[in-house]
Structure formats: structure tokens, C-alpha cells
Design a protein around this ligand. Structure first.
Ligand code: MN
Length: 365
């Protein structure tokens, strides 16, 4: 059974953007800095994100328990070693620094950052396509750049490209027909727009009071719900039926609830509904929306609503909240007490993602 993680990350070289951008843009390059006990992600003087520097992410973290050591945070050989240890055959890989591309308001800087990341990602992963799917980053401040960059990476064989999970302020929302050319081209080229949680937000920390950690991490699914609701209700997916959209690290069990609720509203409030859609919202979701999940089993129990092909398991390696090095146990637990065929298990654990991202397992090559 192929185990394909639909959610993983590579940490780019710390100087990737500082060295890679044209010199005029370098002062505002996204980079990480360790300051005052925090790992800060900055662009120019602006702190985009800060995390207390106690998360065991790399082999170099002193005093970290052996189970917390990740060999593949930046290193490919170490990554393959960890994957073998954890029972993961293949991954689609998202960035770390470049997750913050969408906070860059200057279109030139946003475009150049996406291009530097995409070129690096291509060089890094192309020799290892038997284990990895490349996912690019698309700029969105100017849609002509979005289209040009999608064409550029599709020509190199990329089958996935990120768009923001929450549309940054000032841009048309996902229910706006302005997005149609982007989703049309994605469908035409077979590039899957990928919405990874947290992208496009100015700040992922909205709550600081009691329960803040639970609230901030749980609400990661809200951007995905809003964006899928907008893409479906506004007609962008209806008008571009070949385009598949993947929502990553937002959980998946909400998809069935969203589909049924949207159907109910679409029917009950038909007199107010505009635009009219060619299919019911749940049918559009079933045809075009895929979600990754780690351990929320409710998406498996509700697969009759979304279709089994909508759900894809992911490990979120190398993040501390991911399933490494216990992915085998997590996977076993997913199906306990669930009546499900071996075929469906294989699809959820790898087949769905492999087909979506046009990954060919080495055995099939
Ligand atoms: Mn992730």
C-alpha cells in the first residue's frame, strides 16, 4: 500500500531569498532570525511571525528526545531516512519561509520571491521525483503574474501550486469571477491549486486569552471553509469543472458538513441564490475539492457525503505537531472499528493524492 503524505514541508536554506532576489529587493527578503529566544520570520523591519525557540525541529536541537529529532528538515538524504523509518513512501512538499509569500504587498517582491522559491524547489526535488511531488508558489497580487508563473512551472512538470488559504486584504475574494482565468488555466494545465492553512493571513494568532493555543490551531480550518464556500457558491469551480483544489492541514471532516449545509441553503433560499450553479454545491465539492487530514477520523466516517477521493492523509513532517515518527500507529488508529474496504484505505493513505498530483510510484514507472 503506497503511503503518500499530502502535507509535508521543507525548510529552505536560510539565505535563499537574501541571496536569490534581485539586489533592489534583497533588503525585504523573507528570512529567519533567532532573537530573544524567538525564531522570527521577517521581511525588512517587519516581523511576520514569531515562535518560541523551543520546538524540536532539527537534529541539532540540544537535549531533544530521540523521537523528536528530524533528519530531513533541510536535508534530502535525512528526509528519505526518516520517511523509511516512519513508513511514508512519498510526499508533496510545501515550503516554510515561502509560506509567508502572501504577506508581501509589493507585487514585484511577491513575484520574485515565488520565482526564487520555485526555481530552488525544482532544482532540489527534480532528481527525486520517485519520492516527491513539487509544489510551486503562485504570486497573486497581479493575476497576469499568477498566470505566467503557473505556465512557467507547469512547463517544468509541476503538478501543484499554492494559492493563499485566505485571500490577502485588498484582493478579490474567491467568489469573484476575477479568479476565473487562474482556475481555468489550472484546469487546463493540470496544476492543482493548493490552499495550505495559514497562508494569506496577516497573523495566525488571533487569540491570546484562555485556550489560545487550542483556539488558534483549531480555527485553522476556518480559512479553508471560507475559501471553499466562496469558490463553490460564487461559481468559480462550477465554471471551471476540470480544476481540482486541495486544502491542506485544515482537517477534512468539516467538508461533509459544509457540503450538506450549502445544499440545504441553496435549496431553501433558492429565491435569493445567485449565481445559479450547474450542480448542487455538494456535487461540485465532490467533483473538485480534496482535503488533507492527520487524525480527524470523522472525515472517514462521512466519506459517503464527500466521496472517498476527497480525503488524503498527511503527516505534516517535520512539524512537531505532525505524526512523525508515529505515522504507522496513527494510520492504524484511523480505521479501527470503521467498516471500510482495503481499496478505500489505500486511496485515503496514498492513492487519492498520487492520482491528484499525478505521482507515479517507482514500481509503476
Ligand atoms: Mn503543513
Amino acid at each position: 500500500m503506497l503511503v503518500f503524505s499530502a502535507d509535508s514541508h521543507i525548510v529552505e536554506p536560510p539565505d535563499l531569498f537574501v541571496n536569490g532576489l534581485p539586489s533592489s529587493l534583497r533588503p525585504r527578503a523573507i528570512q529567519m532570525a533567532v532573537r530573544d529566544g524567538y525564531i522570527m520570520t521577517v521581511t525588512g523591519d517587519r516581523v511576520i511571525h514569531k515562535l518560541r525557540a523551543n520546538k524540536p525541529l532539527s537534529a541539532k536541537t540540544e537535549g531533544a528526545p530521540a523521537s523528536a529529532v528530524r533528519l530531513g528538515t533541510r536535508d534530502l538524504a535525512g528526509r528519505l531516512e526518516d520517511m523509511a523509518k516512519d513508513g511514508v513512501d512519498a510526499e508533496v512538499v510545501f515550503p516554510s519561509l515561502a509560506l509567508w509569500t502572501y504577506v508581501l504587498e509589493d507585487p514585484e517582491l511577491e513575484l520574485a520571491t515565488a520565482q526564487v522559491y520555485n526555481d530552488w524547489n525544482d532544482d532540489f526535488f527534480s532528481p527525486h521525483l520517485d519520492h516527491f511531488v513539487r509544489c510551486g508558489v503562485l504570486p497573486v497580487r497581479r493575476f497576469e503574474d499568477t498566470l505566467a508563473e503557473m505556465k512557467r512551472i507547469a512547463a517544468r512538470g509541476f503538478t501543484a501550486a499554492m494559492l493563499p488559504s485566505a485571500v490577502p486584504k485588498g484582493l478579490p475574494a474567491y467568489n469573484d469571477a476575477a479568479w476565473d482565468p487562474v482556475f481555468a488555466l489550472a484546469g487546463e494545465l493540470g496544476v492543482v491549486p493548493v490552499l495550505h492553512t495559514g497562508t494569506g493571513l496577516e497573523d495566525v494568532v488571533v487569540e491570546r486569552g484562555p485556550g489560545a493555543a487550542v483556539i488558534n490551531y483549531t480555527r485553522q480550518m476556518i480559512d479553508a471553509q471560507n475559501s471553499i464556500m466562496a469558490l463553490v457558491a460564487g461559481g468559480v469551480l462550477d465554471r471551471n469543472p476540470k480544476t481540482q483544489v486541495a486544502v491542506i492541514e485544515s482537517g477534512a471532516s468539516w467538508l461533509a458538513g459544509l457540503a450538506e449545509r450549502m445544499d440545504e441553503v441553496y435549496r431553501a433560499h433558492a429565491v435569493y441564490v445567485s449565481p445559479k450553479l450547474g450542480l448542487r454545491p455538494s456535487e461540485i465539492i465532490r467533483r473538485q475539492v480534496k482535503c488533507s487530514f492527520q487524525s480527524d477520523r470523522a472525515c472517514i466516517l462521512s466519506r459517503g457525503v464527500t466521496g472517498t477521493e476527497a480525503i488524503m492523509w498527511g503527516a505534516d513532517y517535520p512539524h512537531a505537531e505532525g505524526t512523525f515518527p508515529h505515522s504507522r500507529e496513527v494510520i492504524r488508529g484511523l480505521f479501527e472499528g470503521v467498516e471500510i474496504s482495503e481499496r478505500e484505505k489505500a486511496d485515503i493513505l496514498g492513492g487519492n493524492a498520487a492520482r491528484l498530483f499525478r505521482f507515479q510510484a517507482p514500481a509503476a514507472r
